[in-house]
Design a protein around this ligand. Sequence first.
Ligand code: 5AD
Length: 482
Amino acid sequence: MKLKNKKWSLDKFMQIREEVLKQWDTGAEVDLEDAIEYHKSLPEQKDMSKKLIEAKEEKITLTQPRAGVALIDEHVELLKFLKEEGQADLLPTTIDSYTRQNKYQEAEEGIKQSKTEERSMLNGFPAVNHGIKGCRKVIESLDAPVQVRHGTPDARLLAEITLAGGFTSYEGGGISYNIPYAKDVSIEKTIYDWQYVDRLIGYYEEKGISINREPFGPLTGTLVPPSISHSVAIIEGLLAAEQGVKNITLGYGQCGNLTQDVAAIQTLEELAEEYLSEYDDIVLTTVFHQWMGGFPQDESQAFGVISWGGATAALAQATKVIVKTPHEALGVPTKEANAQGLKTTKQVVNMLKDQHFMPNGVLEKEKEMIKKETKEILNRVFELGKGDLAKGTVRAFEAGVLDIPFAPSKYNAGNLLPARDNNGAVRYLNHGNLPFSEEVINFNKEKLEERGKDEERDPSFQMVIDDIYAIGKGMLVGKPRT
Ligand code: 5AD
């Protein structure tokens, strides 16, 4: 494997493709020409790329849940309910954990058991096992675009089957579906395997079918500073664009401080436009993820968290918002709870759709610092790769120049420590080996010292712990005296 950020030749792609399609029986069903024809036959309202472009033009924020169960009919019923009762604009298909691990035999058992027990024995939809026919049944039963959402380091076969099955959007990336999800898969391998996915989507694009690609923004979901997730999102966007992907949605997970979150969504789009300007005809949109950290058990408190996420997404004018449910602390939600989260969000988003978060000194300062931090990281990544982004990313993880807090992967340095400042914005308590300038280091330090003064303690690891548990106790900042 000679990793470099260069568009794969069709020959190379087709050669590897032969092996990929052999990974499970249903791979043999995939015929790219037939898949292209199938997409051409689908009505416009099932096209994710089109829907997102429209929303961006209209400056509205679309709602999307997460959802997936083992069997086809039940999955369709669930998604119909979320569309009709929950008023979801965009639909998901959350893939089960076995499929994410490429354990298709176990997924097959899960399907069998679900039929016997008459309830879902998998935590998502096993799309590879259901094959193209099963996927097309889902797509044909619904009148909204459907996205594949998962967490799969090697997602090549899943992409082949779901895209040929009519899905029009695919989540993930070589960093964002590795480091937060896997312990010992090398970053080199996942970047390579995701180049395959992006090249496949590049192939569809060449044939006139625009499939939306969405790197997974929130990463580990807890106390991830915006400049970390922005760096990863922009790298994955660039790697995808190189393989021919055109319609890209970059994501960010809510940190909780309104100014920082609005600044994050705005800078994500602005920075990405700058970095991706060398590629033609790219359409960029943004997705805001409601709170990805631990949730309060109490459902009323959970609605508070959900509403605040909806409000922030609308004020930031994210193109879409991924919605949480009042069952988040418990596990996979019922369809009713899922619809409740959607309706709560829709109400807030509608109420705020004509209001914008006005530029002001604080917002502009926040944006300036996010941009500075992100650029300092990305500059070093390019340097380490001697201009090649794929190589640079591998080396940056080795050197701790890219470092994701609280990640399980042994390929991640894990030297970073984030903590909230006195206003709840996420800062660097310890920036590990991130290549930051004095200005950035001092800015973060001063923000945390301000909090320390207020709490009469030195900024330390205890603050990090307090911050992680704060939301469950009904707070954003883990202040000892409240
Ligand atoms: N249905 C609904 N939500 C799901 N999640 C994971 N699997 C499913 C599913 N099958 C949600 C979790 C968490 C997020 C990462 O995905 O509850 O909010």
